[in-house]
Design a protein around this ligand. Structure first.
Ligand code: GLN
Length: 540
């Protein structure tokens, strides 16, 4: 018999190929469950051996998302944040590396009393502990567990085995499996092909997992007969074959899911009540505004990993939110920083023609920094709104030092250890650190805003908290010199007086922050700095 008031589990796996949007699908499932009144937590299991993605190159992994508690996590947690109210803490992302580390620590302590330590049961038990920890830490009704990778990957097997075991242990109607696959359209045959999905579900069944719900990504609509075929071969009810058609706007997806009654299907499978009428009007308005906005705002993002779509995911999304708030259509122009380095003035003008706002995001290492400095200078001199984030703030400071304060070759000690003017230098607490993983200044820190500044006006309050991920800081020795030349320090971390926000006088909107505001923006709750950046860009 199903137990009352028990946390329910939804396991989301992916098949056929990667990059099907499992993270967004999980987040959107969370959203429709919230519309039904359920408190939901979403977590991600990543089968790779890194303890966390913090030390990975963005080309390998895309953006590293940071939570309030300072955990460096998979970028899917950013999707969870943007769509839902899911708690996001260090428990929300587990990896093979994290699991093995814990098991090996236990083994070294002697916790296994001389037993042989094995994948089953020791690793699978630790995975199950990790998943169940969420319900111990947070009071939620439903936990959505996204399993990274694709069914068939060797490294994903322990995770699949763990969720297979968990479904039995949790009991009837307390845990379900949703499998996301692809139905490719073969142009030459003019047909949608269901075979890869059949194979993927077959592979899951070999492990002992029978999904209740199949979500199939497709570019063309599925005919009833195709749904029937999938249902027959994959052993699921026809109503439980949900078509996940490509959409232009990812924020439309929860509304599609609602239309397809996915919430009812999930909630009935979990023996939970659903609402007859969902109140999604606020979300509908967001999608409508995006669709109907007429005037365009062009924003240039000057980055180092521009070719990789996911490298600046949260920034791209925050710019979208800000455009919704300002009722404009966003045109994102991504510029590889080092391409600016050898351009003369005319060529630079050509590159920035029509660009109404320049954003320099975070980054590490010296490649591309000169190009970013050139972009910051261009924005400052040509009165184009500038938004610097983390490295983007350090770049703004270096540019100001070199070209306004006359400090020749001023630099960050990250790029030039021997610079005569180290306007950006290593944080004191970083000096003794040797390990690279999880040792930056990470997570939420307080910041006090100076009255009558752009920052204070944007937030409309004095004390804020924002999330950080950096090792270097604005060198306070230079504050006086900078202020004399018209730079405003508008945000300070109260303990240790670290400079968190800088602005320029006599410029339409030039603001740069040491923290990452992009981690805290939602389509229905836009971050104030992004909102004001787009607002000023709109008038260029
Ligand atoms: N590399 C810089 C630092 O470590 C900036 C980091 C970032 O942009 N996230 O301080």
């Amino acid at each position: 018999m199903p137990k009352k008031n028990k946390t329910k589990y939804i396991f989301v796996t992916g098949g056929v190929i990667s990059s099907l949007g499992k993270g967004i699908a999980s987040a959107c499932i969370g959203k429709i469950l919230e519309w039904n009144g359920y408190k939901t937590a979403i977590m991600k299991c990543d089968p790779y051996i890194n303890v966390d993605p913090g030390t990975m190159n963005p080309y390998q992994h895309g953006e590293v998302y940071v939570t309030d508690d300072g955990t460096e996590t998979d970028l899917d947690l950013g999707h969870y944040y943007r769509y839902t109210l899911s708690p996001l803490t260090k428990e929300s992302n587990i990896t093979t590396g994290k699991i093995y580390r814990t098991v090996i620590e236990k083994e070294r302590r002697g916790d296994f009393l001389g037993g042989t330590v094995q994948v089953i049961p020791h690793i699978t038990n630790e995975i199950k502990n990790g998943i169940r920890l969420i319900s111990k830490k947070h009071k939620v009704d439903i936990i959505i567990v996204e399993i990274g990778g694709t069914v068939g990957d060797i490294e994903g097997l322990p995770f699949l085995e763990a969720i297979r075991q968990m479904k039995n242990e949790e009991g009837f109607q307390n845990a379900i499996n949703i499998h996301l696959t692809l139905i490719p359209y073969i142009k030459a045959a003019g047909e949608l092909k269901t075979k890869p999905t059949q194979h993927s579900v077959g592979k899951l069944r070999e492990i002992g997992i029978q999904p209740e719900i199949l979500m199939v990504r497709t570019e063309k609509s599925l005919a009833e007969s195709e749904k029937e075929k999938i249902a027959l071969f994959c052993n699921v009810y026809k109503d439980c074959v949900i078509e996940a058609r490509d959409v232009e706007d990812i924020y439309e997806i929860p509304l599609r899911f609602k239309k397809d009654k996915l919430d009812r299907i999930i909630l009935s499978a979990l023996n939970l009540k659903f609402k007859e009428k969902l109140n999604s009007s606020k979300w509908e308005k967001i999608v409508e505004t995006r669709k109907n906005a007429k005037s365009i705002v062009r924003i240039g993002v000057i980055g180092k990993y521009i070719t990789l779509q996911d490298a600046y995911k949260s920034i791209d999304e925050s710019l979208k939110h800000a455009s919704i708030a300002n009722n404009v259509k966003l045109e994102l122009i991504k510029i590889e920083a080092d391409t600016l380095e050898n351009k003369n003035d005319a060529a630079l003008h050509e590159t920035f023609k029509g660009i109404q706002g320049i954003l320099v995001p975070g980054g590490f290492g010296s490649r591309g920094t000169l190009g970013k400095i050139i972009a910051a200078k261009y924005a400052r001199e040509n009165n184009i709104p500038y938004f610097g984030i983390c490295l983007g703030m350090q770049i703004a400071a270096i540019e100001f030092a070199r070209n306004v304060c006359g400090l020749k070759n001023a630099d960050s000690t990250e790029f030039n250890k021997k610079t005569k003017y180290p306007v950006i230098s290593l944080l004191t607490e970083q000096k003794k650190i040797k390990d690279m993983g999880g040792t930056m200044r990470l997570g939420e820190y307080e910041c006090v805003l100076k009255q009558n500044t752009r920052a204070a006006n944007a937030y409309a309050k004095k004390n804020i908290t924002e999330r950080h991920r950096h090792r270097y800081e604005f060198n306070s020795k230079f504050i006086k010199q900078f202020e004399e030349k018209g730079l405003i320090i508008s945000g300070i971390h109260p303990k240790g007086s670290l400079v968190e926000i800088i602005e320029l006088k006599n410029h339409p909107w030039f603001l740069a922050c040491q923290f990452h505001p992009e981690f805290k923006s939602k389509p229905d709750n836009v971050h104030p700095l992004f909102r004001d950046f787009i607002k000023s860009a709109k008038h260029v």
